[in-house]
Design a protein. Structure first.
Length: 169
C-alpha cells in the first residue's frame, strides 16, 4: 500500500490492495455519504457546506482510502490547530474527522488514513498529532488507541445562550 500525495511512501500497516490518496472532487459524494454516517445528527446540506469550507482551508487536507476496486472506503480530515489539550507543542496537527466503512474496518484502512494525516503534519514541521472523540464512541476510542494515540482527558462541554431564543418570546 502506498500513500499517494507529494511522493509515494511505503506503509506496511495496510493490505496491498488498498490505496490512500488526496481527495479529488469526484470523491465528494462518497465523502458526504461517510460524513452523514459519522455525524447523523447533522443535515447533509449543512455537512456539505462545512466540507466545502474545509476544502478552502490552506491549513487542512482530506485523504481517502480506496478499495482494490477503486471505490472509496474511508476518509480523514486533517488540519492545523494552534493548540490541543494534552499536547506540549504548538501548533499541532489535528484529526478533524475520520471514518472507515464498516465492511473494511479492522483491515488497516483507518491506520493507513492516520498515517497519511501524520505524514501531512510532519511535512509541516508539527511534532504532535491530536484528535478527539465523543465520550460514548468506544469504537473510536479503541481505534485511536490501536493506532498509538493516548487518551489525555475527558470533558463534558457546556453552553448557555446569552439571549432568550426568539421562540420563547
Amino acid at each position: 500500500m502506498t500513500i499517494g500525495f507529494r511522493r509515494e511512501l511505503p506503509v506496511t500497516l495496510a493490505p496491498a490492495r488498498m490505496h490512500i490518496r488526496p481527495f479529488r472532487e469526484s470523491d465528494f459524494n462518497d465523502w458526504l455519504r461517510m460524513s452523514v454516517a459519522l455525524f447523523p445528527e447533522s443535515a447533509a446540506n449543512e455537512l456539505a457546506a462545512g466540507m466545502r469550507e474545509f476544502l478552502e482551508r490552506e491549513d487542512g487536507a482530506v485523504f481517502v482510502a480506496e478499495r482494490a476496486d477503486g471505490s472509496v472506503a474511508g476518509f480523514v480530515e486533517v488540519g492545523r490547530r494552534p493548540y490541543a489539550d494534552g499536547c506540549d507543542s504548538s501548533p499541532v496537527g489535528f484529526i478533524e474527522a475520520w471514518f472507515v466503512d464498516e465492511d473494511v474496518r479492522r483491515a488497516g484502512y483507518g491506520r493507513a488514513l492516520l498515517a497519511a494525516a501524520e505524514e501531512w503534519a510532519r511535512a509541516r514541521g508539527y511534532t504532535e498529532m491530536a484528535s478527539d472523540a465523543l465520550l460514548d464512541n468506544v469504537v473510536s476510542h479503541r481505534a485511536h488507541e490501536a493506532s498509538g494515540y493516548q487518551e489525555v482527558e475527558r470533558a463534558v462541554r457546556f453552553r448557555k445562550p446569552l439571549y432568550p431564543s426568539s421562540d420563547s418570546r
